[in-house]
Structure formats: structure tokens, C-alpha cells
Write a protein that binds this ligand. Structure first.
Ligand code: KIV
Length: 271
């Protein structure tokens, strides 16, 4: 007998309906079970198991070191906590570029070993063969254009992308290429707001922005940034909804004081 519940799962189809009726899509990252439960219960539409885990979970300077096995560990943990949202897992650096058969093998491992709903990868024309091959296996793909952190060593900086006309033109043409290939959505990172709106207007699939302005179909932020867990990172596009770092440090400070002053544990807190 199957378990019945009233939770209507978010699908790629529901996301395109949201774009059609002008309802904005809210997406956040999560990398572990407990946080995934919280963001899902709060009603988020898409949970991204981003390779930003390399930065915020592992403390690396870039997203490049994180491995497929590590992404699978994070992805499977998140999927166990999510009932409603669509879960997308990033294909990490080196697992899909330049080898479409390898890309398919990586995407299949993510789908089989995490039970996620889709994968995300960075780039346009350079990775289109990989996109086609992954899609041919029935795996939904989300694209990612603009600032693509896996190529940081090519660009050299994390500044706003596509300010020059030639790069803006390539970005628009890459977005159309990804749409024609069959991607269900595209993330646009750190580009001029005007260009973000142009792309969202010119493709039918939902465009989710991070520093791409208000004219796109949805927004994504890294959960550690928006909750104020990370402290040094404050780009202009980031709105902080909390200062959890201060609360955590306060609570830990109180605990330390209680232990040292013999206040904890009290009579009721022992057997
Ligand atoms: O890895 C990530 O968190 C991302 C978002 C910034 C879109 O790709």
C-alpha cells in the first residue's frame, strides 16, 4: 500500500506553469538533512545542492575541489529531508566538461545515488554535447550562465559578467541553446539586471537569478549567506535575512560559561 499525503511535489512542469502565470520561483541551497527539512517545511520551491558546499561546508576557496562522491553525499542527505521542493544537484568541476559520455555517467550516478530530481551544470556552447547526452537519458538539466565559478581560473575575478556587448550576446545565444536542447531552467549569476530581464523575456523556460536583477523568473541565494552564517562575503546582490552567526556565538558563549561555572548540568539535567 502506498503512503498517501497531501504534499504536492514541485516538478519541472509546475515551474514552467509558475513562469507562465508570473509567479516568482524561490530557490535556496542546502547541503545537509536538517537544513533541507527546514527550508522545505518553510515552503521553498527548489533546493539546490550547490557545489558552493565546497566553500561553505568544506572551507575551500573555490568550488573546484569538491568531488562527485562528496556531492552525492550532500545530495542524498538533502533528498532525505525534502518532501515538496524540487531538488537539483550540481555536477562538480571535472565531471562533465569535454566528455559527454563521462557527463552522462556522472549525472546517472547523481540520480541513482541521491534520488534527486535534476542536475545543474555550468556553461553554454562549450558543454552542449554533455547537456544533450544527459537529457537523452531523461535526466532534467538546469543550466548556469554568467558568473560560472567553476571557470574562475579562466576569468580571474568574481566581478559582474557580460557587461561587454560581445559577452552579453554570447550569453543570450547560450541561453537559447540550452533552451533548445531541452533544459528546464537556467540560473544566471551576477550579470546586469537589464540582460537578466532580456534573457527571461526571450526564453520560455524559467530563469533564476543570483545577482541578475528583478526581471527574471525567480531568485536563488546560498543559505549560509542569507542567514548570516558566512560573514566576510557581502556582494551587492546579497540580502541578509538574519545574523545567525551572532546568535550561535552567543549561545555557545552561554554554554561555555554554564559549564565552567558548574551551572550545567543542574539536578534536573542528570540521571
Ligand atoms: O553552487 C551554488 O550554490 C550555485 C548558486 C550560487 C546558484 O550554483
Amino acid at each position: 500500500m502506498s503512503v498517501q499525503n497531501d504534499i504536492k511535489k514541485i516538478t519541472t512542469h509546475r515551474l514552467s506553469e509558475m513562469k507562465l502565470r508570473g509567479e516568482k520561483i524561490a530557490m535556496l541551497t542546502a547541503y545537509d538533512y536538517s537544513m533541507a527539512c527546514l527550508v522545505d517545511e518553510a515552503g521553498i520551491d527548489i533546493v539546490l545542492v550547490g557545489d558552493s558546499a565546497s566553500n561553505v561546508m568544506a572551507g575551500n576557496e573555490t568550488t573546484l575541489p569538491i568531488t562527485l562522491n562528496q556531492m552525492i553525499y550532500h545530495g542524498a542527505s538533502v533528498v532525505r529531508g525534502v518532501k515538496r521542493a524540487l531538488v537539483v544537484v550540481d555536477l562538480p568541476f571535472g565531471t562533465y566538461q569535454g566528455n559527454s559520455r563521462g557527463a552522462l555517467a556522472s549525472a546517472i550516478r547523481i540520480m541513482k545515488e541521491t534520488a534527486a530530481d535534476a542536475v545543474k551544470l555550468e556553461g553554454g556552447s562549450e558543454v552542449i554535447e554533455s547537456v544533450h547526452r544527459i537529457l537523452s537519458a531523461g535526466i532534467p538539466v538546469m543550466g548556469h550562465l554568467g558568473l560560472i565559478p567553476q571557470s574562475i581560473h579562466k576569468f580571474g575575478t568574481y566581478t559582474v559578467r557580460a557587461q561587454e556587448e560581445s559577452e552579453a550576446k554570447k550569453l543570450v545565444s547560450d541561453a537559447k541553446l540550452l533552451e533548445q536542447a531541452g533544459c528546464f531552467s537556467i540560473v544566471l549569476e551576477k550579470i546586469p539586471a537589464k540582460l537578466g530581464k532580456q534573457v527571461a523575456d526571450e526564453v520560455k523556460i524559467p530563469v533564476i537569478g543570483i545577482g541578475a536583477g528583478a526581471g527574471v523568473d525567480g531568485q536563488v541565494l546560498v543559505i549560509h549567506d542569507m542567514l548570516g552564517i558566512t560573514q566576510q562575503f557581502s556582494p551587492r546582490f546579497l540580502r541578509r535575512y538574519h545574523n545567525i552567526a551572532a546568535e550561535i556565538k552567543g549561545a555557545v558563549g552561554n554554554y561555555i560559561n554554564d559549564v565552567k561555572s558548574l551551572d550545567f548540568p543542574n539536578e534536573k539535567e542528570q540521571y
